[in-house]
Design a protein around this ligand. Structure first.
Ligand SMILES: Cc1cc2nc3c(=O)[nH]c(=O)nc-3n(C[C@H](O)[C@H](O)[C@H](O)COP(=O)(O)OP(=O)(O)OC[C@H]3O[C@@H](n4cnc5c(N)ncnc54)[C@H](O)[C@@H]3O)c2cc1C
Ligand SMILES: *[C@@H]1O[C@H](CO)[C@@H](O)[C@H](O)[C@H]1NC(C)=O
Ligand SMILES: *[C@@H]1O[C@H](CO)[C@@H](O)[C@H](O)[C@H]1NC(C)=O
Ligand SMILES: *[C@@H]1O[C@H](CO)[C@@H](O)[C@H](O)[C@H]1NC(C)=O
Length: 402
């Protein structure tokens, strides 16, 4: 670093969730930054939006964003004002019968649409759109990145917030920066419902979300509410998210077309209770909207920070499967830790290098465990023998306590 008291200038790669979250905290401290994003606009990927649950990191999240963004954050909930009377439970069902096998009261939480909190976070911030980071160069005290559009940016710190397939991670760790892929295949879809259908599922199962496994096939099923008329602006228009995932042989071929995904979903929905299988039938009516997600993670959670010049956070640092709903929460804790160390550095307690070392140590210990627990939860979700009351599986234990 040039001078240890001068605030470092940040280059943030990626305007997903965690980059903009960090940017809000930097802005509040008058620390200069630039956000680089490969997409051409905010709207670019919004249709494939999903929802995320903020639970154990909710308080940390609130401390990182300005007060005036709190109301819009609560307005992003998949069900309006749900936090005021959270009537849901964490339910795990026998997906062939719909019977509840495990039911745990949730901790304090809000479930929000990803694209909407992203908008809230980005409000008032500038983003360099269409700026895909391609290479990194180190100078004595500085780091610069070059984007595919030819532009170059120089700063004191580059932080990769560029998602699970992070270019930043792969550039700093070309040998081991790749992902581990689990032998499970996953397809999800946003499904359109009317009021009667939406209410029926809510009343019969849960108003927010529930999941289950088909005992005979070990296929995993997930349902969550995504949008109500308050958001869709049409009286009878609701959306839900439906996911299906199943064990595959190591040699399974990748899908080449959307039709293949639809056929696979159809096939693997066999054995589902009729109360649920119609949701999959509805999903496959629009094959072009099906989204396959590769279930991958990276347990190394370690990187060469080039004397504090390159950092990683959330999915770029500890990509994990979503079977414990903890990824985003862990990423919020990353940002909270980084900002804490930054404050201590600005107060003169640590050099920037030491502040980064503290960040690394804290994140590694916490996140490596989260990656492995999420991997185990993913495997257990496809093994009905693991699903029972008082199970010690990390699939079911997260909701009780962190
Ligand atoms: C279907 C699904 C459901 C999920 N559900 C939950 C949940 O319930 N709870 C939970 O806690 N987490 C959940 N997660 C995980 C959570 O959404 C992610 O962990 C979180 O969004 C990751 O945030 P991020 O900012 O690290 O990355 P992302 O949100 O992936 O954002 C990365 C950004 O970087 C940009 N980018 C990529 N490459 C470059 C480049 N070379 N140059 C510039 N920009 C680049 C991308 O365009 C993107 O905008 C889910 C994830 C998925 C896929
Ligand atoms: C699920 O339901 C089926 C059908 O009633 C039953 O045979 C099976 O034992 C149940 N499995 C579990 C694990 O609850
Ligand atoms: C299923 O999809 C939803 C999108 O709302 C996502 O939040 C969730 O993490 C997914 N869950 C699993 C376990 O597949
Ligand atoms: C689960 O644990 C609780 C408390 O330890 C106990 O009261 C209950 O009987 C257990 N249930 C089963 C099914 O083992």
């Amino acid at each position: 670093m040039t001078s240890d008291r001068k605030p470092p200038e940040f280059i943030i790669s990626g305007a997903g969730i965690i980059g903009p979250l960090l940017a809000n905290a930097l802005k509040a401290r008058n620390i200069p930054f630039v956000i680089l994003e490969r997409d051409t606009s905010l709207e670019f990927r919004e249709k494939s939006g999903w929802a995320i649950t903020l639970h154990y990191a909710l308080e940390a999240f609130k401390n990182l964003v300005p007060k005036q963004k709190m109301d819009p954050l609560y307005d992003s909930q998949v069900r309006p004002n749900f936090h005021k009377s959270d009537s849901g439970n964490f339910k795990y069902i026998n997906a062939s019968t719909g019977e509840v096998v495990v039911c745990i009261p949730p901790s304090s939480r809000i479930r929000v649409r990803r694209e909407q909190i992203r908008r809230v976070l980005l409000d008032g911030l500038e983003v360099e759109w269409d700026s895909k980071v391609e290479s990194i160069d180190y100078h004595d005290d500085l780091v610069s990145v070059t984007c595919s559009n030819g532009k170059q940016y120089t700063g004191d710190v580059l932080i990769g917030c560029d998602g699970s397939n992070s270019i930043t991670r792969r550039l700093i760790d070309p040998k081991e920066g790749g992902l581990y892929q689990l032998p499970i295949r996953f397809c999800g879809a946003r499904v359109q419902l009317n009021k009667e259908e939406f209410d029926r599922i809510s009343n019969h199962f849960d108003p927010l979300l529930f999941q289950g496994t088909v005992p005979e096939t070990n296929t995993f099923f997930w349902y969550s509410a995504l949008a109500t008329p308050e958001y869709t602006k049409a009286p009878d228009l609701y959306y839900a998210q439906v996911n299906l995932s199943w064990n595959v042989p190591e040699t399974d071929e990748p899908f080449e077309t959307q039709e293949q995904k639809a056929n696979a979903l159809k096939k693997h929905s066999q054995g589902l209770s009729p109360e649920l299988s119609w949701l999959v039938d509805r999903a496959v009516q629009n094959p072009e909207e099906l989204m396959e997600i590769k279930l991958c993670d990276w347990e190394k959670v370690d990187w060469d920070d080039h004397d504090g010049k390159v950092l990683l956070a959330l999915d770029s640092l500890h990509p994990m499967t979503m079977y414990r709903g903890s990824a985003c929460n862990e990423g919020i804790l990353d940002v909270a830790e980084l900002v804490k160390q930054l404050d201590l550095h600005l107060q003169g307690l640590f050099s920037w290098k030491d502040a980064v070392a503290n960040y690394r140590n804290s994140v590694q210990e916490r996140a490596r465990q989260a990656v492995l627990l999420s991997r185990q939860a993913c495997l257990d979700a496809h093994d009905m023998s693991k699903i029972k009351p008082n199970s010690t599986s990390p699939l079911l234990s997260v909701r009780k306590s962190k």
